[in-house]
Design a protein around this ligand. Sequence first.
Ligand code: PLP
Length: 461
Amino acid sequence: MEPIKYYSTNLNADDVTFSEALLKGLAPDKGLYMPREIPTFSKEEIKSFSQKKYYEIAFEVLNKFLVGQIREYELLELVKDAYDFSVPLEKGYENKYVMRLDHGPTASFKDFAARMMGRLMNYYIKKDKRKLLILTATSGDTGSAIANAFYGLDNIKVLVLFPDGEVTDRQRKQMTTLGENIQVISLKGKFDDCQALVKEAFADSDLDYLGLSSANSINIGRLIPQIVYYFYSFSRLRKPANQAGESEENDDVIFSVPSGNFGDMMGGVFAKHMGLPIKKFIISVNENDEFPNFLETGKYNKIEPSKNCLSSAMNVGHPSNLARLVALYGGVMDEKGEISKAPDMDKMRNEIYSKSISDLETKEMIHIAYDEHELILEPHGAVGWKGLMDYCEEFDVDMEQLCISLETAHPAKFPAEIIEILKFDPELPESLKGLEKKKEFFDNLDKNYLDFKNYLISNYK
Ligand SMILES: *Cc1c(COP(=O)(O)O)cnc(C)c1O
C-alpha cells in the first residue's frame, strides 16, 4: 500500500509523509498537517475490537495511518510500551458513562498522545541515525507530561526549563525525580524568560548540531493516538448483542468532550470518519465560547485574551486545531483564524453540538455528579459531563442511548477545588504517590542567554 500523504491546512506547502510531518510539527506555511485520505474500518473490524486489549486497538488504528512507514511488529512493540495503564469506564446512570483518561503517568489525558508521539519520534530518529534534544519551557503541566512521555527513550534527550518558585512542589518533582535522559533547569525568572531562552536557542545556528526540537501540541503525531480511546470505549460499552453482531439496533454512541485546543475532540472526529458510529459530538467548553458562537452564527471571532476559568487547561480563545476541523468540513482557515473558504456549516451542526459552561455551573456539576451518581469529577471533566446533561435534557435523549463523557485529568490534581466543593481530599493515584521521597536532580541558572548557551554546549556534545 502507498503511504498516506499529509497536506498543510494553509494549502501552501508540499505534501509530506507521516514521519516528516511528525518530525516537522508545523508545516512551513504555518498550517497544520492533515492526512489526504482518512482510512476506514469495516463493521467486522470494529466488532473485533470487543475482544482486543487497549494497546491492540491502538495498533490497529495507528497501523492504518502508518502503512509503509513502520514494520508491524515494531509498531506493536511501541504501542505495548506506551499503553501500560488502565482506561476505566465509570457508570454514571442508565447508559451514561465517564471514560477516565487520567490513569497515565502524569494523570492527564495528554499522556495518551505524548507517550506515543515520543516513541514514534524516537523510532524515526534512530532509523535515520539522528539525535534530538527537545527543549521545553513550562509553567508546570506541559513539562511534566513531556518529561514523563520521553523518559527512558534512547535517542532523544529532554531539557525542561521552569521558572524558579512558580511551579508547585508536585509539578516540580514530576520532572526532577526522573533523571536519565531528562534534564531540568530551574531559572531565576518568569515563565516568559524561560520561553525567551528556548526561542533564542532555536534561532541560534551555532546550536544546529544539537538537533533541537519542540514536542509541539499541534503535531499530527499527537492527534492520531487520540483516536484510539473512542474506539476502545465503544467496543467495551456497546450492548453484548451488538458486540457479537447479532443486533444493530441503536448501535451508536454520543461523546461529550471537554475541549480547549480541540486536539482531543479531533481524535473523535477522525474516529467517526474511520467508521465509528458516533451519532453526535458534544463539544463542551468553558466560558471561552468562541466555538459555540461560531457553530451558531457561522462567524468566527476569537477571544483575546482568553478568559481565566476553573478548567484552566481549556482557557483557549482560539483553538489551535480548529483549522483541522474546518478542513474536514471542506473549508479553509489560516493560523490567525481567518476563513478564506467557509466549511459546510449545516453538516457541522448536524454532527456537532457545542455548549459553553460557566464556572458556577462547573462547580455545581462537581457537586451534583458526586451526590447523585458518586462520580468524582475535576473541573475539566465536570464541563464535559454538564455538556452531556444539558444535551440529554434539551433533546430528550433516550434512556438506552449510550453516551460517554471524557474525564481528562485526575481529581487529585485539583485538590483545592475538590476540597472546597466536596469537602474531602481526593486520594492520589498510584502514579503521583511517593514523589516526596524521591531524589531530585536539577540545575539552577540565571536568565541570561550566554549562560544558557554555554550550558547547552557543555552538557550536550
Ligand atoms: C489539554 C487539556 C484539555 C483540553 O484538551 P484539547 O485537546 O486542548 O481540547 C482538557 N482537559 C485537560 C485536563 C487538559 O490537560
